[in-house]
Design a protein around this ligand. Structure first.
Ligand code: URA
Length: 434
């Protein structure tokens, strides 16, 4: 086989076989296929797309390109959850204890964040003493003992995806549905998932700007799951404004604790219950979505989810009292700077990307892989889309480690689109692909 022939075949819109796709992925991972040929191939895929069979072959070839996690010692169906990424998305911190309390084991590997704010691992590390480094045995034992563990990614998982993703980043081939879908699904499969619940974000703060594009991505990932024997459900949710109110690592942990106490923002709580309910169904702990949802609402109400969070934090070296006194125990920024509204009206939009960027400029996210983050800083919204606002009323509060943040303040002010006409609350969940 020659790479040049496979590039030409894809360029001409023909379907590649399983062997041909394996040749591309294995050759590229080993370094036999150079970046310039892989770039041409990725661009051919970008324009020609891939059939469902090709997408499934690409997923499995990438999933098998490096180490895979063996979760077979964990009892029960291992259901993983993945979000395509959004601003203020702390759902894992709420969903994992919720679902674990319902009897579905959560053995989760998460990433650090690049860009806006930290990833789940950065958020968890804002809890004093918390460690996200566990040996494979300790990871499995903890899940069997308390039902959940969340660790940072270790080992050489999906090296093919890592290499291809970096290449796509600099060759304008990121935004291809089969390439995104296979990238996401290969990582979940390599991480040992039996079943997968995806939160596909749609809107200004997401990869997929329109609901239609998000549906296409969601359906492609569900199809991949079906053809490789991993039951997959994808929820399409709104990312036209940040999720919840808090954006920033410790601030998001605090909000997640509020949600686990039953006192969180409505959108975060509802999304967590929805994703969690699908996980409970896939995990075989409820017969229907409705039954699962009600079960989780009950677990939230009776304090079991919060108790699971306490056990989880304690098991990974953190202070479990953070579940009861988050305001006291989590790191706090020295300055709070308010952003008042310059006009009166109704909030029509909050550009999530801008809020994320503001949080990053305050120090909550990484501009490059090497930058360090400040766990305490971020933005807390006081208004959401649909709310009325008076002139001078607070739109948001910046939690900063310095006083001079006039530029960031202005950015947050400008992220709010305020108009005289009323605006209905936006829909949170656009649909479910399964
Ligand atoms: N997230 C991924 O993991 N892969 C992509 O290709 C895009 C987003």
């Amino acid at each position: 086989m020659r790479m040049v022939d496979l590039i030409a075949k894809k360029r001409d819109g023909k379907e590649l076989s399983q062997e041909e796709i394996a040749f591309v992925v294995e050759g590229y991972t080993r370094g036999d296929i150079p970046d310039y040929q892989m770039s041409a191939w990725a661009m051919a895929v970008f324009f020609r797309g891939m059939t469902p069979a090709e997408t499934a072959h690409l997923t499995m070839a990438m999933a098998r390109s490096g180490d895979t996690v063996d979760l077979s010692r964990i009892h029960g169906v291992k259901v993983d959850k993945h979000s395509t990424g959004g601003v203020g998305d702390k759902t894992t911190l709420v969903v994992a204890p919720l679902v674990a309390a319902a009897g579905v084991p959560v053995a989760k590997m998460s990433g650090r964040g690049l860009g806006h704010t930290g990833g789940t691992i950065d958020k968890l590390e804002s809890i004093p003493g918390f460690t996200t480094e566990l040996s494979p045995d300790a990871f499995v034992d903890q899940v069997n003992r308390i039902g959940m563990a969340v660790v940072g990614q270790t080992g050489n998982l999906t090296p093919a995806d890592k290499k291809l993703y970096s290449l796509r980043d600099v060759t304008a081939t990121v935004n291809s549905v089969p390439l995104i879908a296979s990238s996401v699904m290969s990582k979940k499969i390599a991480a040992g998932a039996d079943a997968i619940v995806l939160d596909v974000k749609a809107g200004s703060g997401a990869f997929m700007k329109t609901v239609e594009d998000a549906w296409r991505l969601a359906s492609t990932m569900v199809d991949i799951g079906r053809s490789v024997g991993r039951r997959t459900v994808a929820v399409i949710s709104n990312m036209d404004q940040p999720l919840g109110l808090a954006v920033g690592n410790a601030l998001e942990v605090r909000e997640a604790v509020d949600a686990l106490r039953g006192e969180g923002p409505e959108d975060l709580t509802r999304l967590a219950l929805t994703l969690g309910a699908h996980m409970v169904v896939l995990g075989g702990k409820a017969g229907s979505f409705k039954e699962a949802y009600e079960k989780l609402e009950n677990i939230l109400r009776n304090g079991e989810a919060l108790e699971k969070f306490r056990q989880f934090v304690a098991a990974q070296g953190g202070n479990p009292d953070v579940a009861d006194r988050p305001g006291e125990l989590l790191p706090k920024a020295p300055y709070r700077i308010t952003v008042p509204s310059p006009v009166e009206g109704f909030v029509h939009g909050i550009r999530a990307e801008e809020i994320g960027l503001a949080a990053m400029m305050l120090g909550a996210g990484r501009a490059t892989k090497e930058s360090s983050i400040d766990p305490a800083v971020g933005v807390v919204l006081a208004k959401k889309v649909g709310d009325s606002v008076r002139r001078g009323e607070i739109l948001a509060i910046l939690h900063a480690n310095r006083e001079d943040v006039a530029d960031i303040r202005q950015r947050v002010e400008r992220a709010f689109d305020i108009r005289p006409q009323r605006r209905k609350k936006p829909r949170l969940i656009h649909g479910v692909a399964e």
